[in-house]
Ligand binder design. Structure first.
Ligand code: SF4
Ligand code: SF4
Length: 392
């Protein structure tokens, strides 16, 4: 029945097209790597420095880095999220990774990644709020981080702003988004976790209700330039995926080789079986991309929530609307990271938002009920579809 339901959802030509593109692209075997342990900023509550991840030093010896690339190629890695530290401070190594893997890079935008040699690189530029908020939280009160990033990436089609919104700063969202879009860029939202326990406007315990409403308003205003769907944002801000509550026990982005995760990987919840989060020494791994011992209650990371949804297809088979929310999340992950055709996806973005918004108005989302699924039917479904067998 489930398999038949899936087939019937795929009768819809729009959904069918997204589904086919993702299937054709094939499974992603992903890792994250800190390209360097240094950064030219010290943002308040940066997960990297808060947990002292910079104690793992990037080696000067280029052979260590080359050996890392070769090991990962041999392991079958085909997608690398490059973080750090600030990756643009190790541009030659970034170039090497770009030559060998599909990449996504997170940067603070202070140094421009040249077009030459990085023509199709998705570049997520972090911004945390209005120019004043960004200067205060990230530029030590002096550096105009946002303004410099805007200048460096003006009309650069590779660039989108990765906008970390804090719960008490919802009124900054429209002006910041407007500036990014007027600059010729797009926006993907992220959510501040207040690792430094600054409290006040930054305190996630007050909830992201106003932020969520503003994000949905931005999707309405700029559907062709907002990469976050209302569904993805609701999952992150509520921490709910059907009957599950976000946290370590359900998190899917864990280093599978790290002993600290051994018990979690046995609990029956999905996880990415290839994933490793490498430190800047290019040898050791840590619990997850964004944490060593960090309290998972402070984690509102968008990419980790993308993965949570993507690896939970089986929860989303109860209706066409739910499947639409799953498939669009899956597709957008592939599309933002340029694993499927980019120009075609850009044309589709408004329709994706329209479909997701429509789905969210229908049960079970509107009633808050969750779909239950018969295990045998799920197995049948999994046999029927071969979409990324790694994640099913
Ligand atoms: S730019 Fe990124 S790595 Fe550097 S301090 Fe800020 S959040 Fe941390
Ligand atoms: S900090 Fe976030 S990504 Fe890391 S284990 Fe916790 S929930 Fe997962």
């Amino acid at each position: 029945m489930m398999a038949r339901a899936l087939k019937s959802y795929l009768q819809d030509p729009f959904l069918n097209q997204l589904y086919r593109e993702v299937r054709q692209a094939g499974p992603l075997r992903s890792i994250s790597v800190d390209l360097t342990h240094v950064c030219n900023l010290r943002c308040v509550g940066c997960y990297y420095f808060t947990e002292g991840m910079d104690r793992y030093r990037s080696p000067r010896d280029e052979r260590v880095f080359d050996a890392f690339i070769e090991r990962e190629k041999a392991r079958g890695t085909n997608f690398v999220t490059v973080v750090g530290g600030e990756p643009t401070l190790a541009m030659d190594r970034l170039q090497k990774l770009y030559r060998h893997f599909r990449l996504s890079v997170a940067t603070n935008g202070l140094r421009r990644i040249p077009l030459k040699g990085f023509e199709n690189l998705p570049i997520g530029i972090s911004v945390w709020g209005s120019p004043a908020t960004d200067r205060r939280l990230r530029g030590s009160g002096r550096v105009e981080v946002f303004a410099r990033a805007l200048k460096n990436y003006r009309n650069d089609p590779r660039a989108f702003f990765y906008y970390t919104v804090s719960p008490g700063n919802a009124d900054e969202i429209e002006p910041v988004v407007t500036r990014c879009i007027e600059n010729g860029n797009a926006v993907l939202f992220n959510y501040y976790g207040d690792l430094a326990r600054k409290g006040g406007a930054l305190d996630a315990r007050q909830g992201f209700g106003r932020v969520q409403a503003e994000i949905e308003r931005m999707i309405g205003m700029f559907p062709e330039r907002i990469f976050t769907t209302a569904y993805l944002s609701r999952v992150v801000t509520s921490g709910r995926l059907y009957d599950e509550q976000w946290g370590y026990q359900v998190c899917t982005s864990l280093s599978v080789d790290h002993p600290v995760n051994r018990e979690r990987l046995k609990n029956g919840k999905p996880f990415n079986p290839h994933f490793r989060a490498y430190n800047a020494d290019f040898q050791t791994t840590r619990r997850c991309c964004t944490g060593i011992d960090r309290d998972c209650e402070t984690c509102f990371d968008t990419w980790e929530h993308f993965s949570w949804i993507m690896l939970n297809l089986r929860k989303h088979l109860g209706s066409k609307g739910e499947f639409t929310c799953w498939l669009t999340t899956m597709y957008l992950f592939y599309w933002i990271n340029r694993i499927v055709d980019y120009p075609a996806g850009l044309q589709r973005l408004p329709e994706i938002h329209r479909r997701v918004n429509q789905a969210l108005e229908q049960p079970p989302f509107s009633s808050g009920q969750s779909a239950t699924a018969d295990q045998a039917l799920l197995v049948e479904t999994e046999k029927t579809i071969t979409l990324n067998p790694e994640i099913l």
